[in-house]
Ligand binder design. Structure first.
Ligand code: DX5
Ligand code: ZN
Length: 234
């Protein structure tokens, strides 16, 4: 039987999504449990050694994790030909499935298929990709993931110049009254989350800042407190 994430219709104004990429891969179930009391989503980075040079987690591991935790899964596909694999993650009970615009043949068609499969859908924009050409297709998506590093590896430094894309997207979303999460991924910590929130992001992926902290739960709490205290909408 395929298990579903719990009803997550009521989502908080700001999402903190710890990234399992920075966890201990020998203990993934325990590592999911370690953040479960505080995390809004569990961010899972799927890499295929083609779209990015790194190779990480695939569908069988996500299916196994789905059976061990009720956390909503935020699947970040860094893979070639996402149309081949994305639906499997929706069927595995993902809350949100995000694929890269650079890798997708027909992003709108894939988004529609994912929504039809019952999941939310995200479009990811890598470091060297502008956001403007894709603003018009945003109504087909629930999340826009703006990379604040070059996709592929955790532990990289946040690139503040990526925040121009966040500001552009935020203006577009607010101006068009779109329901769209603007998510940032890469180098997010207690300092950089302030700038990302000020630019208009409302979902924050954090790998190193959570899993390499002595107390991952407390790290999430601190990120949440920081963002709630400093965020402003342009
Ligand atoms: C990298 C991944 C990120 C990664 C972020 O391509 O998409 O989700 O886990 O890691 P940190 O937070 O360490 O930069
Ligand atoms: Zn990611």
């Amino acid at each position: 039987m395929t298990e579903r994430a719990p009803n997550v219709a009521e989502q908080p104004p700001f999402i903190i999504a710890p990234s399992l990429l920075a966890a201990d891969f020998a203990r993934l179930g325990d590592e999911a449990d370690a953040v479960a009391p505080e995390a809004d989503w569990l961010h899972i980075d799927v890499m295929d050694n083609h779209y990015v040079p790194n190779l990480t987690i695939g569908l069988p591991v996500v299916q196994a994790l789905r059976r061990t935790t009720t956390l909503p899964f935020d699947i970040h596909l860094m893979i070639e030909a996402p149309e081949r694999w994305a639906l499997g993650y929706a069927e595995a009970g993902a809350y949100n499935v995000t694929f890269h615009v650079e890798a997708a043949e027909d992003p709108v068609k894939l988004a529609a298929a994912l929504r039809a499969a019952g999941t939310k859908v995200g479009l990811a924009i890598d470091r060297d990709t502008p956001v403007e050409p894709y603003l018009e297709i945003m109504p087909h998506f629930d999340t826009l993931l703006i990379m604040t590093i070059k996709a592929g590896f955790g532990g990289q430094a946040f690139l503040p110049e990526m925040l121009d894309k966040v500001r552009t997207a935020r203006r577009h979303v607010d101006g068009g009254h779109l329901e769209l999460r603007i998510e940032v991924d890469g180098g997010v910590d207690e300092d950089t989350i302030v700038d990302a929130a000020a630019a208009g992001a409302d979902a924050f992926v954090a790998g190193t800042a959570v899993y390499h902290a002595g107390d991952p739960e407390a790290a999430i709490r601190n990120l949440r407190r920081t963002v709630a205290g400093t965020a402003r909408r342009p």
